[in-house]
Design a binder for this molecule. Structure first.
Ligand code: UD1
Ligand code: MG
Length: 421
């Protein structure tokens, strides 16, 4: 959230910060450049993901060469996107600061770091890189009459619309009850163009009771698609507020998605099924690469913030691939921590319990440790369970929990294979 926004809506303590307006002297020109990217973290994270991923692509499965070629071209483009992102963020940071789009790091309040203007909404920079990559990629994969082309472009329209609405939210500070429904507008291009099936497979153990193997849900299926988009975007946005958490969770989930896609492609013989999962890879690889570039600046201590532009964009991209790849039930298990956070948040979101502007832990400037509050978030829940800890440790704990949820999903898939569908 930008200073323009915060000046009108934040708690009294934050209101003591000097009020910035768009009419005031342009900021940015005198601000020091942002800290260099934290390449070490990115290298370690990429290593964990790339080893199993490329092992599956090159050795474990026999993937047909055409499909493999498309995936690798997309990976190459994504790698280029990573480097462009790393170069672009410091430049974009200067521009957003000049327009007073910055935030103060709430979990550093009372220390010198808490007074630094941190550039906000850098999601806009990586969103643009993502869009360029995703648009260019069509040249390498699709033929002009491909059915996929329609849905692919509808998916891009939804993601781009979400990027716009996220940026609007960052700049204008839309009331949060309104911003909850923004993603349902952004999902419209996809819902209108969707020509795929609207049936669900009834789990084998339930077939005797339902009496059907396939159930056509019709318009209810489209409603479900819209709700999934609303859930994925908002659940990323409200599991936030710690340096590196917004992007970190996206990196973990996206890694799980592409590994899941490769496993499905490798195990299947149905060309349409493979295409659906390849489609997901084509959008998630660029998301992962650009997010890693962003994380190199957003990791603790953050030199940039991502804004709702990023949380909405990332959530929408994952929702879109879950819908068009037909693996939304798997996606929801990857999102287990977000589901938990959402359930914990319900009393505050529903207005049953008072809800402060930022439901963050309490920061002690002396010890630099965080203490959990009674606000219903997973962040506070972890602090209450595991005791006081630093912001960085807490973020790592939460990301490991996210990775465990994804791993559990793979185990579940392994044990339920054949029994469930
Ligand atoms: C949503 C959540 C809110 C949560 C907030 C955290 C609801 C209804 N809303 O609000 O509970 O507290 O996300 O972002 O559940 N910031 C930091 N450190 C970080 C990241 C962000 O201090 O690592 C602060 C900065 O001041 C930044 C601001 O959070 O400017 C961004 O807030 P914003 O994303 O606009 O909040 P919401 O998405 O509206
Ligand atoms: Mg946010």
């Amino acid at each position: 959230m930008a200073a323009r926004k915060r000046a009108s809506t934040d708690s009294s303590a934050e209101r003591q910060q000097p009020k910035e307006t768009s009419q005031s002297k342009p900021q940015g020109s005198n601000d020091p450049p942002i800290a260099p990217p934290k390449s070490g973290v990115i290298l370690k994270l990429s290593f964990f993901f790339l080893v199993p991923y490329f092992y599956l692509i090159f050795y474990h499965y026999k993937i047909d060469s055409e499909l493999k070629k498309s995936i690798l071209i997309n990976a190459g483009l994504s790698l280029a996107g990573f480097f462009v992102t790393v170069k672009l963020i410091p430049v974009a940071s200067r521009y957003v600061l000049r327009r007073n789009l910055f935030g103060y790091d709430i979990n550093k309040k009372g220390t010198p770091q808490g007074t630094v203007k941190v550039p906000e909404s850098l999601g806009i920079a990586i969103g643009i890189v993502f869009m360029v990559l995703a648009i260019l990629f069509q040249y390498f994969n699709f033929t002009a009459d491909s059915n996929w082309l329609v849905e692919y472009n509808a998916a891009l329209a939804s993601i781009c619309f979400m990027l716009l609405l996220g940026f609007v939210d960052d700049v204008l500070d839309v009331p949060w009850r309104v911003k909850l429904i923004l993603p349902s507008f952004a999902a419209l291009p996809l819902l209108m163009a969707y020509a795929g099936h609207t049936t669900i497979i009834i789990p084998k153990p339930l077939i005797p009771y339902v009496g059907l193997e396939l159930l056509d849900l019709g318009w209810i299926y489209k409603l479900y698609m819209g709700l999934l988009a609303v859930f994925c975007t908002n659940s990323i946005n409200i599991h936030a507020g710690l340096n590196g958490l917004e992007v970190g969770q996206t990196v973990v989930i996206s890694s799980a998605i592409v590994i899941h896609n490769i496993m499905q492609i490798g195990a299947s013989t149905d060309p349409e099924y493979k295409q659906a999962h390849a489609f997901s890879i084509y959008l998630v690889q660029p998301l992962l690469a650009t997010s890693l570039g962003l994380l190199s600046y957003n990791w603790y201590p953050s030199s940039v913030f991502v804004g709702d532009t990023y949380t909405y964009f990332a959530g929408m991209t994952m929702a879109v691939v879950g819908i068009l790849g037909h693996f939304s039930e798997t996606l929801l298990i990857f999102f287990a921590p977000q589901v938990l956070n959402f359930l914990l948040s319900l009393p505050q979101l529903a207005g049953i319990v008072p809800c402060p502007r930022h439901r963050l832990p309490r920061f002690d400037p002396q010890t630099k440790l965080l203490t959990g509050t009674n606000d219903g978030t997973l962040v506070n829940f972890f602090l209450r369970q595991f005791g006081r800890m630093s912001e960085k440790s807490l973020c790592i704990y939460l990301l490991v929990f996210q990775a465990i949820a994804c791993f559990f999903c793979f185990l579940l898939g392994y044990f339920l294979a054949g029994w469930y569908k």
